[in-house]
Design a protein around this ligand. Structure first.
Ligand code: VGL
Ligand code: ZN
Length: 207
């Protein structure tokens, strides 16, 4: 990381969704995901506090295109809680694809936060589900632990990292996205839009 500031006790690294289904050969492979693993392993050594998130969907999750007859992956549908991009089946609970990349090595990670486990609601953000009103509990965890500045790495820059960053700002956390330690899905300009929205929300983007 080119310009990582001094890291202290109030700082947390959130490693987002470094799971087999988002890596090479996975159901929703993000370009360049595998090369992140050594980068993030090394990065994590600088942090006393690390949280891992794990996308963790039940079979038949509403975000899966296969749950919408006649629809295909990457189409958009209107759900009760807003627009939903339909994804290939991915990160199904207890499947190999839902497991962390075999080379991810962060033994001091303090918490593994699973998300997206409600069949009817997707959850990109680590703080709130996509209905925007169901908390995951992470905000309370961070406040109780005195963690005030969040550094974000992982997958995908323009979905889960992006939503986590915006929610973190809304909750009042200083938020830094470590861009070299993230990779994007980048469909229909989603990466550029996410970067612009994060900057507008006061998220610091470090290359
Ligand atoms: C993600 C799409 C669906 C992500 C998770 O980790 O960014 N993207 N589920
Ligand atoms: Zn998902």
């Amino acid at each position: 990381m080119r310009r990582l500031p001094a890291i202290g006790e109030g700082d947390l690294l959130i490693v987002t969704d470094l799971q087999n289904d988002f890596c090479a050969g996975g159901a929703l492979a993000v370009p360049g995901a595998d090369e992140l693993v050594p980068v993030i392993n090394r990065l994590a050594e600088a942090f006393a506090h690390v949280v891992l998130t794990q996308d963790w969907h039940p079979p038949g999750h509403l975000s899966f295109a296969s749950s919408h007859p006649g629809r295909g992956p990457f189409e958009t549908v209107q759900l009760a809680c807003g627009e939903q991009i339909l994804w290939p089946d991915h990160c199904v609970q207890n499947s190999h694809g839902a497991g962390f990349h075999a080379d991810l090595a962060i033994p001091h990670a303090e918490l593994i936060l699973r998300k997206g486990y409600r069949a009817e609601v997707d959850s990109y953000s680590a703080l709130y589900e996509n209905d925007r009103c169901t908390p995951t509990g992470l905000t309370g965890y961070l406040r109780e632990r005195g963690l005030r500045r969040l550094f974000l790495a992982g997958l995908a820059t323009d979905f889960c990292v992006y939503y986590t960053a915006l929610d973190a700002r809304l909750a009042g956390f200083e938020t830094v996205v470590l861009l070299d330690a993230c990779r994007a899905i980048d469909r229909d300009g989603s990466l550029a839009a996410a970067l612009a929205a994060m900057r507008a929300a006061g998220v610091e983007i470090l290359g």
